[in-house]
Write a new protein. Structure first.
Length: 139
């Protein structure tokens, strides 16, 4: 069985000055020959992975070339999104392909959800010390 890696929750403060401690994960996303390092929110309530517009642009993706429409829900339900598959690397684990709903909404966070981050990784949350452990799923 592959060893897991533990990560601390990260304190974030919003534009109103309100702080929260959430499970953010450092991740490297790659599309074609470009890579971007980012912090992604692990969201067990999210159905899909969500990619903010600016990160897609930094990776060299072209909005008009993405033709698969994706329906978002919740706070992002009114935002247009299109499918985009990226390679993702976390810590020392092997890269995996992740499907994202790439949205033009510039305020959207980078979200890792059930389709398909939680299909690729098992996650265990530890509330006592505000950490989480990530382990690749054995296939």
């Amino acid at each position: 069985m592959l060893e897991g890696k533990r990560f601390p929750f990260i304190k974030r403060t919003n534009s109103l000055g309100l702080s929260s401690v959430l499970p953010y994960l450092p991740i490297t996303l790659t599309y074609k020959n470009r890579s971007v390092e980012a912090m992604a929110l692990l969201d067990t309530g999210a159905t899909v992975n969500v990619l903010p517009y600016e990160i897609g642009i930094q990776l060299g993706a072209v909005w008009e070339e993405q033709t698969l429409p994706i329906q978002l829900s919740g706070n992002l339900a009114q935002m247009e999104a299109r499918g985009l598959v990226l390679s993702a690397s976390v810590a020392e684990f092997s890269p995996v392909l992740l499907a994202f709903a790439w949205t033009q909404f510039r305020e959207a966070p980078l979200i890792l959800g059930h389709m398909n981050f939680f299909a690729e990784f098992d996650v265990c949350f530890y509330r006592a010390d505000l950490t989480f452990e990530l382990r690749p799923r054995v296939k």
